[in-house]
Design a protein around this ligand. Structure first.
Ligand code: KG4
Ligand code: ZN
Length: 335
């Protein structure tokens, strides 16, 4: 079965061709430069850029996948959650394409795409498994059950983990998105340089806004020139301290989740799963506590079309398709 996956929920226009279990192509056009000067995604600009890129990105995915559109068996597309104007571009395109080709349309929950992204470059962990979704928009701890059911154990009450990385990176004068920059600088830093607060886990609900405020208050105590000097001298130390504060909480949540559910397998997915410290620490926790860990390749951590094709293919196998009247669902959740 050959499925085209289309993703346009935020600032990446992405498409991929999945053939059975094999990703034949995965193409992504990222708008990071477009949004950098604003320090975050500007919805109006994002939807316009999806409009510009959707056709070339899908064409590139077909070309690189060595396939023609009429060899497709289905079109899967993210229909939520995400920015309404961005989702509409991908969904409208997918509907027209599926209609033109007379193949099924499958609307996919973006978060479900992330859940199954661990099965793109390695055999799927056997379900049930515990999955930590950590991205720019989401932080959720989920039990992925057999039969494509999900139980959400907890989620963030305010900022997502990636949002915390991005907002704090801005305070440090790093660009957008800030997560990769913090990761890079932290490699040369001392994680004990400053003891930033660890967010308290309430059941399995996360909160990262306090950390951002704490960084803001800490830096605000210095005069401008002094702050500049401190930041340039200790940028790596600040980055390492913040990164550890975020990763500590995520790893603690995973450990508690394993203890509570008895899960034998943990997956960490989403953009923040690209973080080197998080990957290292979750793997170490698994070695210590006796659970297996799966983390996708970096290109499948970021938003991509292959994970949408994968989730769509799983739904299609169960005979689930979407009507041509399918609408975007900006607030769609896993439960
Ligand atoms: O999954 P994703 O591509 O988009 C969303 O669905 O949000 O995740 C993007 C997020 C951004 O917040 C970015 O800063 C973060 O993932 N990110 C990282 C790293 N690479 C990307 N955060 C920490 N360390 C990284 N290496
Ligand atoms: Zn995402």
């Amino acid at each position: 079965m050959r499925v085209l996956g289309i993703e346009s929920s935020c600032d990446d226009t992405a498409a991929a061709v999945l053939d059975g279990n094999v990703v034949r192509s995965s193409v992504r056009s990222s708008q990071h430069d477009l949004h950098e000067e604003y320090g975050g995604v500007v919805p109006e600009l994002a939807s316009r850029d999806h409009q510009r890129f959707i056709v070339p990105v899908v064409e590139a995915a077909l070309d690189e996948g060595n396939t023609t559109a009429d060899a497709l068996d289905a079109v899967a597309v993210t229909h939520g959650p995400g920015l309404p104007g961005s989702l509409i571009v991908g969904l409208s395109f997918a509907k027209a394409l599926a209609r033109g080709l007379s193949v099924p349309l499958i609307g996919v929950n973006h978060l479900e795409g992330h859940l199954y992204s661990v099965a793109l470059d390695a055999p799927s962990p056997s379900r049930p498994y515990l999955c930590l979704i950590v991205s720019g928009g989401h932080t959720e701890l989920v039990v992925v059950e057999p039969d494509l059911q999900h139980t959400v154990l907890g989620r963030t009450r305010d900022d997502a983990a990636g949002e915390a990385f991005d907002k704090i990176a801005q305070l440090f004068g790093l660009g957008y998105p800030g997560g990769p920059a913090i990761d890079r600088h932290a490699a040369d830093g001392d994680p004990t340089f400053h003891d930033f607060p660890r967010a308290q886990l309430d059941n399995f609900d996360f909160s990262f806004s306090g950390l951002k405020t704490s960084v803001l208050y800490h830096l605000r105590d210095y005069a401008d020139a002094e702050r500049e000097r401190l930041l340039s001298e200790h940028r790596a130390d600040f980055c390492a301290s913040v990164q550890t504060a975020i990763v500590d909480v995520l790893v603690e949540a995973v450990r508690r989740g394993v203890a509570e559910t008895g899960a034998e397998h943990v997956a960490v997915v989403g953009g923040v799963a690209a973080n080197s410290e998080l990957r290292r620490r979750v793997t170490a926790a698994g070695d210590e506590d006796g659970f297996d860990v799966s983390v996708p390749a970096l290109s499948y951590c970021m938003d991509n079309g292959a994970m949408i094709a994968k989730a769509g293919a799983l739904r299609l196998t169960r005979g689930e398709t979407s009507p041509p009247t399918l609408d975007v669902a900006p607030q769609l959740s896993l439960d």
